[in-house]
Ligand binder design. Sequence first.
Ligand SMILES: Cc1cc2nc3c(=O)[nH]c(=O)nc-3n(C[C@H](O)[C@H](O)[C@H](O)COP(=O)(O)OP(=O)(O)OC[C@H]3O[C@@H](n4cnc5c(N)ncnc54)[C@H](O)[C@@H]3O)c2cc1C
Length: 1013
Amino acid sequence: MADSYTIKMPQLSDTMTEGVVVTWEKNIGDKISRGDIVATVETDKAIMDVEVFREGYLSGPQAAIDSTVAVGDAIAFLVAIADDVQGADAEAPEDAQNAGSEGKPEIEVAADIGVPEGISHTIKMPQLSDTMTEGLVVSWEKNIGDKIERGDVVATVETDKAVMDVEVFREGYLSGPVVAIDSTIAVGDAMAYLVDNAGQVVEGEHTGSGAAAPAAAAVSSTPATPMKKTSAPMPSVSNDVTPAPRPENKQATPFARKLAASLHVNLNTLHGSGPDGVITADDVRAAQPVERPTEIGAQVPAHVMPEIQVPGHGRDMTAMEKAVSHSMTASLTMPTFRVAINAKPGAIIKAAKANGVSVTVAIAKACAVAMAKHPSINWAYQPVDKIVERENIDIGMAVSADGGGLVVPVLRHCESRSLEELNDSWGDLVDRARKRRLAPEEYANPTFMVSNMGMMGVSYFDAIPTPGTAAILAISAAGPEGMPLTITADHRVVNGAEVGMYLNTLKGAIENPEEWMGPTGPAIPEGDWDYDVVVIGGGPGGEDCARDLAGHGIKVAMINDAPFPGGECLWRGCIPSKAWRAAADRIRDRAHDSHLGVNGTNKAKLDWDALEATRRNVLETRGEMALKTDKGVKIDVIQGYALFESDHRVFVDTTANSDNPHARTPLGDASDGKHISFGCAVIATGAPPFVPPIPGAAEGVENGSVLTSDTVWGLEGVPKKLAVVGGGAIGVEMAQIFQDFGTKVTLFEAQDRILAEVEPEIAKHLTAILNDDPNLTIMTSTGLASIKGEPGAVKLSYKDSDGKSHTQTVDYVIMATGKRPLLEPLQLDKAGVAVENGIIKADARCRTSVPHIFAVGDVIGGLMLAHTAGQQGRVAAMTILGEDMQYDQDMDSGVIFSRPEAAFVGLSVEQAKAKGIDAVEVKMPMSIDAKAMITNETQGMIKIVADKASQRVIGVHYLADHADTLIGEGVMMVSGKMTLEQVANAIHPHPTQTEMFGEMARRLLSRLRRSKK
Ligand SMILES: Cc1cc2nc3c(=O)[nH]c(=O)nc-3n(C[C@H](O)[C@H](O)[C@H](O)COP(=O)(O)OP(=O)(O)OC[C@H]3O[C@@H](n4cnc5c(N)ncnc54)[C@H](O)[C@@H]3O)c2cc1C
């Protein structure tokens, strides 16, 4: 690029290191004058203009809107002459006519008499569905001479599927000649014109493609400019093409959307190969869309059949009749077969009623639930010799339109949306389908179809699948054998056995809807049980569950192998570690006092015995308080170790006591225990620390040189040198606490980052901050080879990230390499409870493979946190009581009690995008906050993550002092599904750090508003 000037991301504040491109205020190819604002960017403080003080033409490559660019990196270029202008990115169209007019409308100049002078825009018959080739003008919503604003609906047209609005995205005056009502014109032909001023308006109308129709010749008003070459040949896409609708839960580049519209590709079915899964033009091209006839009006039936002479005088088919006829004829190319099964509909009808949803929607969801096990039913044959494998389950279900005919609205994403969401969408779709007012994306490209004639009393029928699907399900009325379910399937995609297995799974889903739909009544089976519910384990999971059940009048026993409840959290986890953290905080804070002019306090000295006395006192007091409360709410607290004897009976070994962690497993001696029968059981037995098979580690645990989170509490003083193995929450907290106490600490982590559950940028910043602590070294990508020695002299051999071998000698090793449930002694096999990858398998309602046995907390894996266990305990209790409640990890939260604290609630952008959510984030450094400046707690940042479509907050991430308090507001935003606007409008008190939330929400809203322009 000769003589080009780089427009760089400017540093617009002293703390700014990167910026987000919010808008481009000029288009590629625009002439730029000195002082022009070419873009706006969001800094760490505000949205600001990017001004350019040169002249030239704006040229690519250009940073995409919403992309984050480091200060000093290029966001675009200026070139001296228009001919040197390059496209925004490699996806710009190659052909000069389109390329040069990126973002600028082509102006069509009509060559005919009667066409107004000075037309600024030709209103053409839009292609409103992928099969539409012509449309019938139903009404003009504006009159000739009317002033038209952007977004005005000027007319309605009938396509082959529905009556739809014609919107105009320009301003001007509506001018004739307009196409007469009831006339049919081809897609792309002129319907009317827009002119710049009222004086240019022409009256009159014509009847479509006949003689009066103006022959429009497209002439680009923008000079042709060469664009960057790309490797693949580009299809030409006119700028007048209305981009395809944004795909649901995904992103697509603007050009990909245009290309998709032009090539009739459904973006919902594509996987994006661009950054963060964005769908690019290449993905659209790779989708191998079906070729369409290029000649407008050449509506060719998909498969020409032999002509059959039918006597009589045939009337013309309506557009809808024609569409059905062509698609049914095309389906004759599919080699189909039929498989049928009977299912009893009673349970799903009852469950649908209990959940307030339609039976049709419940059956659609059941179809999707069954497809999770048999995905091929949802695939499709693609000519020639290809199979389209897809994950989105979009089910088309026929609805009778008012005035006759069938319309098939598509219920999208049945695989991921809740029954309630699907029910809401379906109600709306059916209303509009009846009136034939569906938008194309609402009836195009189903991946599976259902036809239900049960309500008509039809005893048996089968249905015809259409190309693009592999199968259609026909539902007939229930008889003595049940309701016949018949699938007609394409043998190129699925075989008989696959359809048979699918139908069996579907039958199961229809007959046992509570498995996927939730309870339709209490889960406690009838019987003469000792207890309605037995809860095994008295940690946060078991205790919260037992209290909820007792509060609802359920007869409940809580069996815990320790004298007091509280579990790991109280005795060996959250609470004792936070007592140590509190002491470490005081030591650390004293070092900050002098900047406020408070001197003589920074020589804090730790009195270990006093700290330990406080710690023990807190634990004991809380343990006694908990036991008193449990008994007070009428829980039968039984001390002992429980193991299953059957799916309705446990044996309780009353000699067991987990106060001695080494004696955790029971003796199983029938003389020292009791047998208890139960209706339901809840397993809340936690997960002890896991010691990996590193040579010498087990021996170290035995001789006390290797400590775990069970045994570290026995330390008699602060060690001088410590190695912490494992960079999870426990390891990081322990490492920094001891560094604050004055110990020299090395943390070894095998992975290339610490804190896997924490948002990546937050974890990266925290690593750097921890490494700045004088006594702490974080070593990632490190392999520990062996541990040898006695307490006071333990030698570790390890390989660093470069593969070099080293040794280090420390006083103790803290092994913080995760936790694993201890399942064998529970004798789960006697109850039939399934185990998967070392944890008890449980669904979102905490139900195990045995419907009346539940499992909660650390024993089911996932986030091993106390509040997670507590929430799951309440979910199990509610499910047992017959209420519909689920645990949703996407709403869960956590705090790493480091300094500054790392905390999270909900999803990161990365996690959201992996779930197909078009997410966007805004962040603010703590360094710009007044309170943080006063207290010299300026490290870190806060981020809000929002779903672009709904503008709801779906995640908040922190690296900040006091994040354990600040997280509360984030939790309410995420669990309350608050919108950015609600957060922005909430009145936060001043001066508090909570003001940052409002500020960030307002800033993100502003960015979203501007980038929509
Ligand atoms: C050092 C450390 C710090 C932590 N800090 C935090 C924190 O700050 N925040 C946080 O949220 N989480 C923290 N955790 C994690 C938290 O402690 C656990 O996630 C939580 O305690 C899990 O609760 P639970 O009910 O599943 O199991 P547990 O709390 O482990 O309770 C299970 C109970 O069941 C008993 N039991 C086991 N088997 C049987 C049986 N067969 N019969 C009878 N009783 C049995 C156990 O002895 C135990 O008392 C920390 C953990 C550690 C180790």
